[in-house]
Write a protein that binds this ligand. Structure first.
Ligand code: NAP
Length: 301
């Protein structure tokens, strides 16, 4: 491993970088961490090239860039711009995890997958998944990861189906996955979606309950349900924060709670920072690598 000081440049389109991510990077081993705010995709090439030419090529693996923000597609565009900006052998590593969404989504999908495998002898192929909070970064990333694994994923709109139709079109174009945009605006539409789902991802905003006791009673096909919201009330009524595959009272499904997912999320993000630090070649990490790491951590890889 190179003896060069590990340096992380953290890029964010917003006015702050995330203190959570700064702490994670420091605890994983980065010694110098520099925040850049109000960053646009067009800024990525000059920033990368400014960094890579300042160190000899064998120091490149000790230079990292982190793409934050709150926009999954923008973070992926920043990764793409960074990869194109490399001038081999002058290169560095890059990692995107906007608002923690890639590692959180990866953790949620892997935690539920462990339950599917262990309790139902199933993988994601053909599983009907309904995603609440589908226009959010966590919902969006988890939809794509599950669909890439063969699940039949519904993006549920809670206001205006147009935005989930747009997300489905973007996902098809960019990742080749077929996601179904469904309208869950009315109480009847929402009941129908829940009654047909085998798996539910509750990924709505903090403190928003999307699945009630009444919904659970209707969910006759449901085998597993995950809730990433740690702020009361629970995103799924009665789903304990630490639940990790226990039966969820009021239905036939098992539940996976926000802190069970958070534990794997935290280890996934830390693991990816450590992977960048220990690699002998430059890496470019996104939600796919986060999912691979989360599968290892949950013991299903
Ligand atoms: N457990 C963990 O480790 C962990 C880590 C990170 C985040 N989280 C949690 O993950 C969740 C999603 O985070 P995010 O960053 O993806 O949030 P986000 O980008 O703000 O998205 C929130 C989503 O919730 C939807 N929503 C808002 N109000 C709703 C309502 N009344 N009914 C149904 N849907 C509603 C939003 O829809 P509109 O677009 O229509 O507003 C959007 O799709 C949050 O609860 C967050 O706290 C957990």
């Amino acid at each position: 491993m190179s003896e060069a000081t590990p340096i992380l440049h953290m890029l964010d389109p917003r006015k702050h970088v995330s203190p959570f991510d700064v702490n994670m990077a420091a605890d994983a081993g980065y010694k110098v961490i520099v925040p850049y705010t109000n960053v646009e995709v067009a800024d990525v090439t000059p920033l990368i090239q400014d960094a890579i030419f300042s160190r000899p090529p064998n120091y490149g693996v000790r230079t990292g860039f982190f793409m934050g923000g709150k926009d999954a597609l923008m973070a992926l565009d920043m990764i793409d711009a960074a990869k194109k900006a490399m001038v081999p052998p002058f290169e560095c590593s890059v990692f995107a995890d906007p608002a923690g969404s890639f590692t959180t989504a990866a953790a949620m999908v892997a935690c539920v997958e462990r339950q599917l495998k262990q309790k139902f002898n199933r993988d994601w192929k053909g599983v009907k998944v309904a995603v609440f909070g589908a226009t959010g970064v966590v919902g969006f990333a988890s939809s794509i990861i599950a669909a890439l694994e063969g699940a039949n994923v519904q993006l549920v709109a809670h206001r205006g189906v147009d935005r989930v139709i747009k997300n489905a079109a973007i996902s098809k174009e960019r990742f080749g996955v077929d996601l179904e945009a469904v309208n869950g605006e009315t109480a009847d539409q929402k009941r129908d979606i829940i009654a047909n789902a085998e798996v539910i991802f509750a990924a709505a905003a903090a403190g928003v309950q999307v699945v009630s006791a009444e919904h659970k009673a209707l969910a006759k096909n449901l085998i597993a349900i995950a809730d990433v919201n740690a702020v009361p009330p629970a995103g799924v009524e009665g789903l304990d924060l630490f639940m990790d595959g226990a039966p969820l009272p009021g239905c036939n499904a098992v539940g996976v709670g926000a802190l069970a997912i958070g534990d794997i999320k935290y280890k996934t993000e830390s693991g990816l920072f450590k992977q960048m630090l220990s690699s002998d070649k430059p890496l470019a990490l996104d939600f796919r690598h986060a999912y691979a790491m989360a599968k290892q951590l949950t013991g299903i890889a």
